[in-house]
Write a protein of this length. Structure first.
Length: 187
């Protein structure tokens, strides 16, 4: 339960997250290690089970960028390596005949490009340039839309807009809270 939000600019991107971890019973804590972090050539923000975030933050090194495009890197290098880390840690979930999945959604930046990675390891990029995940994502997306965040001209403007949007989400989503962390990357 989380709020992740991100803005894709022209040759840059910005990702933000709240810092509260909580469960269905209402137990919550402010996590020290954060939901947004740098790993190798990537910025990663994670929503869902903290275990998946822990593995990517402390138990795995993102592979260096290879290939002709970031799409190719995500498909052929990053996601297969991430899945192997989850398998090695006993976190990847797959029954015979089922599609592999994990209990997370991630927003990943590589060379200034954003990718939304779903529980089934698929990735997507959004034409509008606005990305959200977690229980508070819908509130953050509404705020980003109202603020016309897709028109952000630079990293500094995007960081301010993300902070406002995540603060709106924290106000309305019982499962989001704490400090807001924002990270940016240029291509």
């Amino acid at each position: 339960m989380t709020t992740l939000a991100a803005i894709q600019g022209d040759g840059w991107c910005t990702i933000g997250a709240d810092s509260q971890a909580s469960d269905e019973s209402g137990f919550m804590m402010q996590i020290v290690t954060g939901k947004t972090f740098k790993n190798g050539p990537t910025l990663i923000a994670g929503a869902g089970a903290v275990r998946g975030i822990n593995i990517l933050q402390f138990g795995w090194a993102a592979p260096r960028f290879t290939g002709r495009s970031t799409d190719e890197y995500m498909t052929k290098v990053f996601i297969p390596s991430m899945r192997q880390a989850f398998i090695k840690a006993g976190y990847d979930m797959k029954d015979d005949g089922d599609v592999a999945y994990n209990d997370n959604n991630f927003i990943v930046a590589v060379k200034g490009n954003l990718y939304s990675i779903a529980e089934d390891y698929s990735w997507e990029r959004c034409k509008r340039g606005l990305y959200v995940a977690g229980s508070g994502g819908k509130y953050a997306l509404g705020a980003l839309g109202a603020l016309q965040a897709e028109k952000a001209k630079n990293v500094e403007e995007a960081e301010k807009l993300l902070r406002k949007a995540i603060e709106v989400s924290i106000r309305w989503d019982a499962y989001s809270g704490g400090e807001v962390t924002i990270m940016s990357q240029k291509g």
